[in-house]
Design a protein around this ligand. Structure first.
Ligand SMILES: C[S@@+](CC[C@H](N)C(=O)[O-])C[C@H]1O[C@@H](n2cnc3c(N)ncnc32)[C@H](O)[C@@H]1O
Length: 335
């Protein structure tokens, strides 16, 4: 653990205690739950909202911090206090309230978010500008690693020239654009029209900036929820989207995406392990702004079972974990 002397987080009792130690709050997994609890502060705040990545990013906006947080803990006393808070707070109640604000329609809430505040936030994170804080920069780095892993798999498996790829929930085109520039025939879509529009703009910009040859078939960028995508594609990709939905919805999403994929499905999600669940639960003590959406972790077994039911078997796995970004990446091929 690393000590840090930045804007201190004003811990109220029971956080305060005799032996105060200032802990840099990294979200890296620790061996024991106690150590984990003591070490999580900042990262956890993050995990309370939107995506694995989202969550953390909220740290800055929700708490006025710039991505670093000092968190005073006092050994066992602090952990006990934290435990009491865990019991006292009721994330389900807050979720219900959030749902009520959007008329109970979760997908609509996600769409609104990514067309408004979320668009502004994620446009920066998935960009190259310096208008990001430390947490956002860390998320940008983690997400870029996930994208690189997918591109490495794709390149190792013979590349994509001439193959059809559907990128569902394309965001600003972080994956769709390099795939198109590699010669794939890309159909990229996103529930947010703002995101899909930004992806198209970035594609045009990338063509000029990289001097790349345009693919034979120009990529298509559309505003559409993934449940409405039609057609059949060699490869279907869906990165960091499922975090917005509970497992029953994710089962349906996987089943639909699988029905579109002739050969390969590449998906990523925030893995539900004991450690990440604890992180998320602590994060729920620090509700983000109302503009945020909910975040769901998924058990790898559940995701794999949904893939199996859809006739796919997992052939490759990767994990990306930076301080504030956690994403499990799976490649599955049709049985
Ligand atoms: C965290 S971003 C990831 C973007 C992109 N996949 C990437 O990795 O760069 C999540 C994206 O999923 C989109 N999204 C959320 N729910 C969706 C749905 N049901 N159908 C299509 N897109 C969705 C959001 O609008 C947002 O752009």
């Amino acid at each position: 653990m690393q000590c840090l002397k930045q804007k201190p987080f004003k811990a109220t009792r029971p956080f305060a205690s005799r032996t105060r130690c200032v802990v840099r709050c990294h979200a890296k997994l620790r061996q024991s739950e106690g150590a984990l609890l003591a070490a999580t502060g900042a990262a956890v705040l993050a995990m309370s909202s939107t995506s694995t990545a989202h969550a953390t990013e909220l740290l800055s906006s929700a708490n006025g911090l710039d991505g670093s947080l000092t968190f005073a803990v006092g050994g066992g006393v602090a952990i006990a206090g934290l435990g009491a808070l865990l019991v006292a707070t009721d994330p389900q109640k807050r979720r219900t309230e959030q749902m009520a604000q959007t008329g109970g329609d979760e997908k609509e809430a996600v769409k609104n978010y990514f067309n408004t505040a979320g668009f502004e936030r994620w446009r920066k994170i998935y960009g190259e500008t310096s208008e990001v804080n430390k947490v956002q920069l860390d998320i940008r780095t983690g997400h870029a690693q996930t994208v690189e892993k997918v591109l490495r798999w794709v390149d190792e498996e013979g590349g994509v020239p001439g193959t059809t790829v559907c990128d569902a929930g394309c965001g600003t085109g972080s994956l769709a654009i390099p795939l198109a520039l590699r010669g794939a025939t890309v159909s990229a879509s996103d529930i947010s029209a703002a995101m899909a529009g930004e992806a198209e703009r970035r594609y045009q910009e990338a063509l000029v900036a990289t001097g790349s040859k345009a693919p034979k078939v120009a990529p298509k960028f559309e505003a559409m929820d993934l449940e409405s995508i039609q057609g059949s594609y060699h490869t279907v990709t869906c990165l960091d989207v499922m975090i917005h939905y509970p497992q029953d919805k994710v089962d349906g999403m996987i089943s639909h995406l699988a029905s579109l994929a002739n050969n390969r499905l590449i998906i990523s999600f925030a893995p539900k392990t004991l450690s990440y669940s604890i992180l998320k639960r602590i994060g729920e003590l620090f509700p983000g702004p109302s503009k945020a959406t909910r975040a769901y972790l998924h058990r790898e077994e559940d995701v794999e079972a949904a893939l199996q039911r859809a006739g796919f078997k997992v052939t490759k796995r990767e994990m990306t974990a930076t301080s504030f970004y956690f994403s499990r990446l799976l490649e599955a091929v049709r049985n």
